[in-house]
Design a protein around this ligand. Structure first.
Ligand SMILES: [Zn+2]
Length: 498
């Protein structure tokens, strides 16, 4: 029975909040765990939100919504580079108390972010918390992986020796009891401090769930025009990039760890291999620390990094434009090469994409892989129709938005396939919905799902939110379109929920 919850502080971990609840209420942490979590044998998670029992969920959501708790009081934003679709699925599942967060978010055993790490704190912050609130708490900023500095007080964080993952005791460690060593070790103004400030800035920014470019592609595109990408944008000089990057971060006193050496807190666990870079560019690795390292080195601002957008033109296009410009100015091939600092053959290649396309086309027409796209377009229509219906949803099947991307994914096609299939494409486009219209369809579907198990009067906005993961604004935006999918009476009932 939860009669009282302590105040939840800014940037406080949910774990810390629960630990304080225990300290305020009970002599044994097991009582608190029983009050809060789905089952009393659960181990409270330091970084994330465990599954709560129904009563705790009720009491807790009066203080903050689950979305707010996850985004502002767990380490969720540390995994922000995992791709928007994956993140929004993860957030949705976590809000529904489903799935395993260590699988929902991009973490794997070999992942650098899975190295053992400990609960840390800043002694000065702890002192300030004691002054303001009468007790200290665990803050997210100090618990971040690979973070050694309190940027506010420019001092080194202290470790408690309490392991965050792995074989940790299930007890709730209360900050007020654990924080004893109050000695402060200042950190000089320099690269380390600046980089920590950068990571913290990125961490604290809102997580992007909208459309954005994959961060690996974005970082790769940002190499355009640097010495790490060839003039025509066809090759990366990753060896040089790695050399410079490591020269930038690793000071001479620090030993660079050997390949198979286990890194523990304190030693350098950043980028040390060419394949680390390649994995970042290909999107295989989305580790927060590595991506921040690379982005900070390349001079990318936190704002750019958290909403990555690709440049309108690739380096190849920029180069071709520049060559064309100089050609129009009457310069010859060798002169242009000198001007652009590349070889003459590279300049000659600048025109090639066009030629190549024509060549490929004719080859496709006469070669053994020739495909009659017109016929294929017609043959595929019923398949695409089926895909569209599956995606659109019906009955108990959750409605989704029918987009070209969704259809291509469903069909397992390469990304440009629909461009060759005008009839199929038209069919897909026929299902186009603006977001508010789609939300209306989803809300109506959800309402009728809820009606199967609940009385009309018992259905709350919260129920709809938990299932659809819509924000309140999205919900109200859908109101004008509700009657497209249901009768006036039901639409009114839905509108009356907020
Ligand atoms: Zn501090």
């Amino acid at each position: 029975m939860i009669a009282y919850l302590p105040e939840l502080h800014e940037d406080e971990l949910v774990y810390s909040w629960f630990a304080r609840y225990f300290a305020h209420m009970y002599p044994s942490y097991t009582n608190a765990v029983e009050d809060l979590l789905e089952n009393r044998h659960m181990k409270a998670d330091v970084e994330f939100l465990n599954r709560l029992n129904a009563e705790a969920r009720n009491a807790i959501t009066k203080v903050a919504s689950l979305e707010e708790l996850i985004l502002h009081h767990t380490m969720f934003p540390y995994f922000r580079f995992g791709g928007t679709q994956r993140l929004s699925n993860a957030l949705h599942s976590m809000m529904m108390m489903k799935g395993n967060v260590y699988q929902l978010l991009p973490m794997s055993k070999g992942h650098p972010s899975m190295n053992p790490h400990y609960i840390k704190y800043c002694p000065v912050c702890a002192m300030e918390m004691r002054d303001s609130y009468g007790e200290a708490y665990w803050s997210r900023r100090a618990v971040m992986r690979n973070m050694d500095v309190c940027t506010r007080h420019k001092c080194r964080l202290r470790s408690t020796g309490i392991l965050i993952c792995g074989n940790r005791s299930p007890r709730l460690y209360v900050a007020e009891e654990q924080i004893c060593d109050m000695s402060m070790e200042p950190v000089e103004d320099g690269l380390e401090l600046q980089f920590c400030q950068y990571m913290e800035d990125v961490f604290l920014r809102p997580v992007c769930f909208g459309q954005s470019a994959p961060v690996g592609e974005f970082l790769k595109a940002r190499l355009g025009g640097t010495k790490y990408m060839s003039a025509r944008g066809m090759q990366l000089n990753t060896a040089l990039l790695l050399d410079d990057l490591m020269g930038f971060y690793v000071t001479q006193e620090q030993d660079i760890p050997k390949t198979d050496e286990k890194h523990t807190g304190g030693s350098y666990s950043g980028i040390t291999k060419i394949h680390h870079l390649l994995h970042i560019f290909s999107g295989q690795n989305t580790d927060f620390y590595w991506i921040c390292q690379l982005a900070f080195f390349l001079g990318i601002t936190p704002e750019e990094l958290v909403n990555p957008a690709l440049p309108e033109k690739t380096q190849t296009m920029v180069f071709a434009d520049r060559v064309a410009e100089l050609r129009a100015g009457g310069l010859g091939c060798y002169r242009i090469a000198r001007e652009l600092g590349c070889s003459a053959s590279t300049v000659r290649h600048a025109d090639q994409p066009k030629k190549k396309r024509i060549f490929d086309y004719s080859a496709a027409r006469s070669g053994k892989y020739a495909r009659d796209w017109g016929q294929y377009d017609i043959d595929m229509l019923p398949e695409v129709q089926k895909a569209v219906e599956q995606i659109y949803g019906y009955g108990d099947k959750r409605p989704k938005r029918v987009t070209e991307f969704a259809v291509i994914k469903y069909m397992g096609w390469p990304s440009k396939r629909l461009e060759y299939l005008p009839k199929c494409r038209e069919l897909v486009r026929g299902y186009y919905e603006e977001f508010p219209v789609y939300w209306a369809r989803e809300v109506v579907w959800c309402y009728f799902q809820l009606k199967k198990t609940k009385e009309e009067n018992d259905i709350l906005w919260r129920d709809i939110r938990d299932i659809t993961n819509l924000r309140k604004k999205n919900f109200t935006d859908s109101f004008p379109y509700l009657t497209l999918f249901t009768d006036e009476h039901t639409a009114d009932r839905i509108r009356s929920l907020v």
